[in-house]
Design a protein around this ligand. Sequence first.
Ligand code: ARG
Length: 261
Amino acid sequence: MMKKIYVVGMVILAMAIALTGCGGEKKAEKPAEVKKVLKVGLNPDFAPFEFVDKDGKITGFDVDLIQAIGKQMGMEVNIQNMSFDGLVPALKTGNLDVAISGMTITEERKKSISFSDPYYQSGLVVLVNKDNSSITGINDLKGKKIAAQIGSTGSMAAHKVEGAKVTDLNNTPETYLELKKGSVDGVVNDLPAVQYFLKTDEGKNFKIVGNVLEAENLGIGINPSNKELVTNINKALAELKKNGEYDKLYEKWFGSKPVSK
Ligand code: ARG
C-alpha cells in the first residue's frame, strides 16, 4: 500500500517536473541584440565621397567606408545629413561621434576635434569656365572673385589670395552655378571632387587650371572626448586596408586602384 502511494507520488512529481520543464522550454525571450549606434555626420554634396543619388539615397565612398568601419566595430551606423560647417561644432558638443565628409586633416581643426589616420590623399585646385583663357592658376585670381564652400579648406585658400573677393556658399554645386553665371571668376575645391564633376554633363562647361595648390590628407573627424573611438576606428581602418576591402571600395568609386593609402 505504502509502495503504491509512493509510486503514485513519484508519478505526480515527475509530471509536475515535466510540466514546469515544458514551461521552462518556452525559451526565455532574449533581448534583441542592441547594437551600439555610431552617430555619423556628413554633407552630401561632394561626389564621389558623399552625395544624394537619383533615388534620394545618401551614397559614396565615405558612406561605404564608414559602413565597413562600423561593421568591423560591431556598431550600427546612423547617418545624418548636415551642413559642412556644422560638422566640427557637432563633434565638439558630442552631437556626433564622427564626421566623414571628405574632411581635410588640418592643424586648425585638430585644435578642436580628433582625427583618424588619413584615409585619402587629396589636394586643392582652381576651376574656371572652359572659355576663360586669362586665368591660368591661383595667382591670376588676385583681386578677382572666387567662390568656395563655407568652412572648407578651399575657402581658406581663397581667402589667402591677395585682394580677392570670396563668396562662401553652403554647398559645392552652388559654387559651380556662380561660376557658370559669371558672377565669380574661379572656384577652389578638392581635386577628386572636381575631377568627378568634370565628367558629368554639367561639368563639361569647366576646366581645371594650374597646379594642385596644396596636398591634403582626408581623415575621419572624431568627437574629441572619445579617445577610445579614435583607437577603434584606426584599428578598423587598418584592417580594411589590409584585407582588401578598402581597395575594393576605392576602385568602386574612383575607378582605379589607390596609389597610396
Ligand atoms: N576637403 C575639404 C575640407 O575639408 C572640403 C570638404 C568638403 N566636404 C563636403 N562633404 N562638402 O575642407
